[in-house]
Design a protein around this ligand. Sequence first.
Ligand code: F6P
Length: 364
Amino acid sequence: MAAFRIGIFTSGGDCPGLNAVIRAVVAAASQHGWEVYGFIDGFEGLLSPVRYRILEENATVGIASLGGTILGTTNRGRFATRVGLGQIQQIPKAVLDEVWETVEGLEIGGLICIGGDGSLTAAQQLFEVKLPIVGVPKTIDNDISATSISFGFYSAVEFVTQALDRLRSTATSHRRVMVVEVMGRYAGWIALFGGLAGGADVILLPEIPFHYEKIAHEVRKRIAEGALQTMIVVAEGARPDHGQFVTQDEETEKGVLGEIRLGGIGRHVAKMVEQMTGQESREVVLGHLQRGGPPTALDRNLGMLFGVAAVRLVEQKRFGEMVAFQNGHVGSVPIREAIRATKTVPPDCEEIAAARAVGIAFGD
Ligand code: F6P
């Protein structure tokens, strides 16, 4: 009798820990005697010309420590379910039919989609046409609902923390204001957790609209108190009260290829602060450095737990569910619950209250 066969793919922006999940899935599946087909470049590998690699157990030894994804990925293209400023789009029926043909043709009994909110939205649409699919949440942004954490997030936070440590010494030497722009899309988790760990003086989040005058006031106050530098962390999705998102895309690209790319707010903040305070300011955009490189120990272990849990979901035929970390345990939730809303930072959360208690400003 032919071995039971599963498919796996990574989708959306890459992040540290993806290979740890792949390794765990292959290792756990091989314990069951299953075969694992790894589809190339995300959902696209399921479409003609179908592209996959058979993932042998011994060929995946040691990959958990590698950044990126050995399978490739894309956050654009025919499966883009989130476009523009996050509006949801339906995948065309012809594309869904083609996925069905691939899955039937290759006799895949279960598909594991490792992805963020956009990819999980696509996975839900595939599940609604009865494809046997389960989800594994991945994102550096930590913005997926129904899971308190996703792998990739703490690796990004670690990088932001180290960057702040380095930038502080040069800011101090030059008595400058240093504005550090970080990723996170419409959620401020990376800015908040990285900013706190890296000792930021001001943290600007999408969840708390800011006022330039409040930031300038903070800088002037610090100078009067003898501070030699001011470290400002700004999330790419932060904006002034009643202001717009700063984006990098041309008008023509919007909504066609996928989601709008945020970025550039750091430059505005640095310019305004310099103008309003007379204090020399510089901006640094950490960009994709936050996504690259090896995962931290925590993200490797989380990836392992998630991979094993995904294999369990397939074994129990709990399709349409996503692995989730809740109350200190790995469990699962319906994918539709995870994609219902973006998980943003509650402005009254413990971390923000503690930050305010130690004098960190949020520009409000
Ligand atoms: O969702 C992950 C993320 O890194 C966001 O923080 C960022 O806005 C976006 O992806 C960048 O996407 P791209 O790799 O397409 O530039």
